[in-house]
Design a protein around this ligand. Sequence first.
Ligand code: AMP
Length: 329
Amino acid sequence: MKEKVMLTGVRPSGNLTLGNYLGAIKNFVDKQGTYDSYIFIADLHAITSPKNPQKLKAAIYDCVAMYLACGVDPKKTIIFKQSDVLEHGTLGFIMTFQTKMGELNRMTQFKSKSQAQHKEGVDTGLFIYPTLMVADILLYNTSIVPVGKDQQQHVELTRDLAERFNKRYGETFFMPDVYITPIGNKILNLQNPLEKMNKSDNGNNKGTIFLMDDIEVAKRKIMCAKTDSLGKVHFDEENQLGISNLMSILSKITGEDFESIEKRFDGKGYGEFKKEVAEVVANLLTEIQTKFNRYRDINLLDEILLNGAKQAQPTASETLKRAKKALGL
Ligand code: AMP
């Protein structure tokens, strides 16, 4: 066993985006092997709002195939489905009872998503899903959680609840840290850079690059990205959000720093810059899609998920036993 544990997850709720890849999956892949690594399909989190069962099933397989296509290696990483390890539900239930309503009320994800649901009434799942995430993280004695900026608050809640539980009932949980990289932690919507790039993109999908987008469509989305009238390729999140977002995408994929990008495009127009970003994204998507089609084999994916759950379950079970004992259950 390696000294430290890394864990992350993605909801199988629609096609994965460039934001998911750059904000969470890439950081995980870059570090897998140096940690005991777990990545899970957050399928219980996908049912916080009603889903079509056939579509959800397909999305779960898509998500595993996408992990593999993005470079997650089942020899170095335990890949499993959250609902296959029953301990997630039980510890999630226990951790909900350690939480104040106010703590969940102030989660920014809840605030923004519940506003969108307001007309039909807000789903309870949306309210309590952070406590399931707390359980997801604590079950594996996780030390780092690579996520995008939008999930930072939930990892902080995990730390608060773990600390409270440990104080109240004795040392039970390991304290995790969030792992957020300075570049790419919040990829923005290409048409409205005031918003995060999301799987659901107000219906027209022009602001979101999906990893399975047709290559020409993806290129066009970059070429049509909203920028500004300043005409200078410069990283400035105050005044040039759109250009800064494209610079983050380029830098995160290629590793080139902002200074060097600014120098190369000094005196050149946005068109030339966007063309390069479009090419780099197109190459990335082409590679991912080729691998995705190779891995989208249900027998292979079932075997990986079955093995993953078998490997993940003993640690989850030990942690849950510890928590139950501490509680007197
Ligand atoms: P979700 O799609 O909400 O299940 O998110 C899965 C992971 O991707 C989480 O770690 C998110 O923080 C991350 N993520 C989602 N969208 C973005 C984005 N636009 N930029 C950076 N990270 C993101």
